[in-house]
Design a protein. Sequence first.
Length: 288
Amino acid sequence: MPPAATMNRFEASETEAHRRLAAFVTDSIYDYGVARDVLAREGTSTLSPYLRFGLLSPRNAVVTALRALGAATDEVARQSAETWLKELVWREFYVQVMYHFPQVLRQAFNPRLREIAWRDDPAHLEAWRYGKTGFPIVDACMRQLLTIGWMHNRGRMIAASFLVKDLLIDWREGEAWFMQRLIDGDPAANNGGWQWTAGVGTDAAPYFRIFNPVTQGQKFDPEGTFIRRYVPELAKLPTEHIHTPWRMTALEQTMQGVQIGDTYPAPIVDRAQLKERTLAAYRGKRDG
Ligand SMILES: Cc1cc2nc3c(=O)[nH]c(=O)nc-3n(C[C@H](O)[C@H](O)[C@H](O)COP(=O)(O)OP(=O)(O)OC[C@H]3O[C@@H](n4cnc5c(N)ncnc54)[C@H](O)[C@@H]3O)c2cc1C
């Protein structure tokens, strides 16, 4: 059963699906281009569980989006509505990929990236699953999933990149955990998102692109509002320390009431050492 917070948040009815769609296209759709990446805001439609389980048809969503596009009053609003429409198209794209290439459920779409030497590290996997990596933005995203059964799209990319590119753990481990925990868990979209992040899929992010969780946090949660919401141990930290609490001196930690390695985990990896390891693992198979 999903967490209680999930059920309160996503009332399971067609009426609610249509209410959300109507509310979104009245206003938020015209700001979606920017708001969609702000972790602390509800800047997206939150329609994914409704689309996933057929409480809202994608055709209905597309027609409504096209109408909103037609009603846009300026170029920014028009582009925002178009961006949202494109997300619905991504959904359809991954459905098609899964239909025509069902093997993606078991392996990378790209045959040259099927044999990467992933690390088997149960302790790191567990830390990632439960939001205890010591990287506040990753932990906040993973705890959002545990708390409400849903994760912001930017959060999914940050958390997935950390598992695959920083910890070098098989993307299929992350895919399985998301399917277990997401209220919108969808085999096609989830698989597509994981293969995209891992850089092994159809129209994938390049394999050498590695998200930096600190700069991602600074960019998409600049005040640390989202981190404070989901990582209460860090709630009282001033913004200057919220993305890199491990850099505080012992005195600063005492003054802020946070002990790194005790009340909040120390970073489980030293990122400065990781990039080469990841690139070597990917290159080994690309060039081989
Ligand atoms: C690693 C990873 C795993 C993901 N797993 C899932 C999943 O299991 N189920 C799921 O529905 N989406 C998944 N997504 C896509 C996306 O994160 C969610 O659809 C989105 O966050 C849902 O929030 P929303 O309804 O507010 O989206 P909005 O931004 O309002 O988008 C509208 C709708 O478009 C579709 N959509 C948006 N982005 C994508 C995308 N990148 N790929 C496919 N469809 C998209 C969804 O149906 C969504 O409800 C995943 C993305 C990543 C990176």
